[in-house]
Design a protein around this ligand. Structure first.
Ligand SMILES: [Zn+2]
Ligand SMILES: [Zn+2]
Length: 718
């Protein structure tokens, strides 16, 4: 269906006369040419073709609506409104059409016109979602507080999981100077979606106004967690520091590890067979390189032993719960014991291994001849204590705890390098709960375990981190690994149950891409810039039994992205609804700041999504500035410029909201999903397991059609 079929629509009439030839009788116009232009981002051509179809088939309003949606995104609002009005003459009782006409008028600051359209729609369907949101927003601009809040509350009740509804209501409360109420709504939006950074800024502002400086400081700080260097938040954090009534640690309590893992968790390794060793870079950033570590503090609940990696010589034997430190000085590692006495200086790598609670230390002897194997039945762990003011944010606010062996080495001119040498299967115990919610159905966790294992094996073979000295890093760059303190019984179970299974395609390791939520339609890898064409990473609806076809209409896509369509990943109560559908309203100056920081286009005149995948994901976007125009095509770059921090995905539609004088006020971004949308949809996997009782093999088959599960035979070198 993705090939554009150039069949002249005039022939369809003829085809219908010849049923004996078993050619399907296609009544009505063929949209494929127009839709093909739309997907390619040739919007003028696409709209022109839709208009041609509209003329040829005057009783069919579909092409009028498609053309209207395209003109809307091109900023040609009056043309779009005309087309909606024309469509309404044929189909006057279609509330969707009135509503969209109303929204364009609203964004053009024609509030009376919008009010009339929304009222029409509500007469036909009093619970029409977008009409309720629209009329509530119009009344807000008209200063009618009571009416505005009444309609917006109705809208919120219809979409209970949608954080965007709470956010809009909060926005309106702020307009009406009802700060207490706004605070409540913003807290609710953040409860539904803790990553909703845009909601933290007004909340922090309200806290400042209420003189709740501790809370305000905390919110600005959290904004910096997600948007490091944000100028206003940085300024406010500094400004508020002098006004705090509590210690920063009391407001943002660091994560402390005070007890060894529960026996049920620590024993999980005894169910795992021997696999291969993995070298995991610890404390990596999003780009996969390690942060700067000048000091580390280390202890173990069972004590630890420290040895030279190359010599195998044991240098230190620390008692249980003693905290030792290692500093980086003159390109050497300086080891200090629990009493802060210098214990040794090292120019090469050292190894730390927790002492055993049960099985003795037979493995330790292997260090000398290079056989660095993680202990199979080790229940021990190494804890890195939080380093206040560490230059590496990874250690600044949290203790960290790992199974296996820790290797430390001096990185010339930088600091201490940290690698966790760990058995692959044991490593996965710390990955699955970092990448998926442990309370999700077991079969979804098992699918995640298989792809996490596949990912690790693939990364190890690709040697992407060879120059840094590890196979895989612990951040999103490769896959998130948070160590033993994150392990849970259910995720451990999922690793044990799928032990040694990986995903393959034609005998080779498959590329096991996954994302949090696709928003309802899996994106084809070939549609996204730089991903290549892979047969098992094709686009399809994330819906059981749905036909494999594109969305096939700009108008239908618009209704789909602004609505709540059925999908495996639309799974309220389990997978967060706030990720399935989201709304961001970003101020013009915020987007202008972000875009100009990267592209220096000057004041922005328009932002127009051009190329889309069959899933609807935006794969190129045009930014028209006064100085110049740029087209952005890379997924992460598109996401970066469209948000206050970064929007959740490229599956979105933009509405540009203007002042009466035509200047841009803000951008309303209606989006779906979280992540790149390629491969396995984690929320969809939860839906397949929880709603339809699918097994993990069926889940993997659904997202990676044509791949096979294979059991690895672990062969150790040496
Ligand atoms: Zn990496
Ligand atoms: Zn999905």
């Amino acid at each position: 269906m993705r090939k554009i079929i150039h069949v002249r629509t005039v022939f369809f009439g003829l085809l219908c006369i010849l049923p004996a030839m078993s050619i399907p009788c296609l009544a009505g116009p063929d949209y494929s040419t127009a839709y093909g232009y739309y997907l390619k981002g040739e919007l003028d051509k696409s709209a022109g073709e839709y208009l041609r179809l509209a003329q040829a088939y005057p009783r069919d309003i579909q092409p009028l609506l498609d053309a209207a949606v395209i003109y809307k995104s091109l900023g040609r609002s009056s043309t779009a409104i005309e087309l909606f009005e024309k469509a309404l003459k044929t189909d006057p009782y279609n509330p969707d059409i009135s509503v969209e006409s109303g929204w364009i008028k609203f964004h053009e600051a024609d509030y009376q016109g919008a009010l009339s359209d929304f009222s029409n729609a509500l007469r036909i369907n009093p619970l029409h979602e977008r009409a309720l949101l629209g009329i509530g927003s119009v009344y807000s601009h008209l200063g009618k507080r009571h009416e505005s809040l009444e309609y917006l509350e109705k809208y919120r009740k219809i979409r209970p999981g949608f954080a965007g509804a709470d956010y809009i209501i909060a926005w309106n409360y702020v307009n009406f100077k009802m700060y207490k109420e706004a605070e409540g709504r913003l807290i609710e939006a953040l409860r539904k979606d803790p990553f909703f950074i845009e909601a933290r800024l007004p909340l922090a502002g309200i806290y400042v106004r209420e003189h709740k400086f501790n809370e305000a400081w905390n919110q600005y700080y959290r904004i910096l967690d997600y948007a490091p260097g944000h100028p206003f938040a940085s300024e406010m954090v500094k400004m508020l520091e002098g006004k705090l009534t509590k210690q920063p640690e009391e407001i943002r309590p660091p994560f402390k590890i005070t007890r060894p893992p529960e026996p049920g968790i620590s024993n999980a390794v005894s169910f795992l067979g021997k696999s291969i060793n993995l070298r995991v870079g610890i404390g990596a950033n999003m780009a996969g390189s390690q942060g700067i570590n000048k000091t580390l503090k280390i202890r173990s609940f069972h004590g630890f032993i420290l040895a030279g990696k190359l010599t195998g010589k044991i240098y230190a034997d620390a008692e249980p719960d003693e905290t030792w430190s290692i500093n980086f000085e003159n390109n050497k590692l300086v080891l200090k014991d629990a009493k802060q006495a210098v214990y040794g200086r090292f120019t090469g790598p050292i190894l730390l291994r927790p002492k055993q609670t049960k099985t003795g230390s037979t493995l330790w002897n292997n260090f000398g001849d290079g056989k660095i194997a993680a202990e199979r039945h080790s229940t021990g762990s190494i804890v890195f204590e939080r380093i206040k003011n560490s230059k590496n944010p990874y250690f600044a606010n949290s203790d960290r705890e790992f199974r296996g062996i820790i290797e430390l080495y001096p990185v010339h001119g930088k600091g201490i390098g940290i690698v966790n040498i760990i058995d692959l299967e044991t490593y996965l115990l710390g990955v699955v709960p970092s990448e998926m919610i442990s309370g999700w159905p077991l079969e979804a966790l098992k699918a995640q375990s298989v792809i996490a294992r596949t990912q690790a094996v693939m990364r190890r073979a690709l040697e992407k981190h060879k120059k840094e000295g590890y196979h895989i890093c612990d951040s999103q760059h490769c896959q998130v690994y948070k160590g033993v303190s994150w392990e849970t019984p259910s995720t451990n179970r999922s690793v044990i149950d799928t032990q040694s299974e990986i995903l393959t395609f034609r005998g080779k390791i498959a590329s096991p891409f996954y994302h949090s939520s696709c928003g309802g339609y899996i994106q084809a890898s070939s549609d996204a810039a730089g991903w290549g064409s892979v047969s098992y990473l094709d686009g399809h609806p994330d819906k059981l039994g749905a036909p494999l076809q594109p969305q096939d209409s700009p108008w239908k896509f618009h209704l789909w992205i602004t609505g709540t369509p059925a999908s495996n990943c639309n799974y309220p109560g389990v997978a967060s609804s706030a990720h399935f559908r989201w709304l961001r309203i970003i101020k013009h100056k915020d987007i202008e700041y972000r875009i100009n920081r990267e592209y220096n286009v000057g004041p922005i005149k328009a932002i127009i999504p051009l190329r889309r995948g069959i899933s609807g994901n935006v794969n190129s976007i045009l930014i028209k500035g006064v100085k110049k125009s740029v087209t952005v095509t890379k997924e992460h770059l598109i996401r970066n410029i469209m948000g206050f921090a970064s929007v959740k995905s490229t599956l979105f539609e933009i509405e540009i909201n203007k002042f009466k004088n035509g200047n841009i006020r803000n951008y309303w971004i209606y989006g779906g999903g979280w992540g790149h949308g390629i491969g396995l949809c984690q929320s969809g996997a939860a839906g397949l397991a929880g709603k339809y009782w699918k097994k993990y093999k069926e889940i993997l088959d659904f997202y990676f059609p044509g791949t096979k599960l294979r059991k690895m035979k672990y062969v150790r070198k040496n």
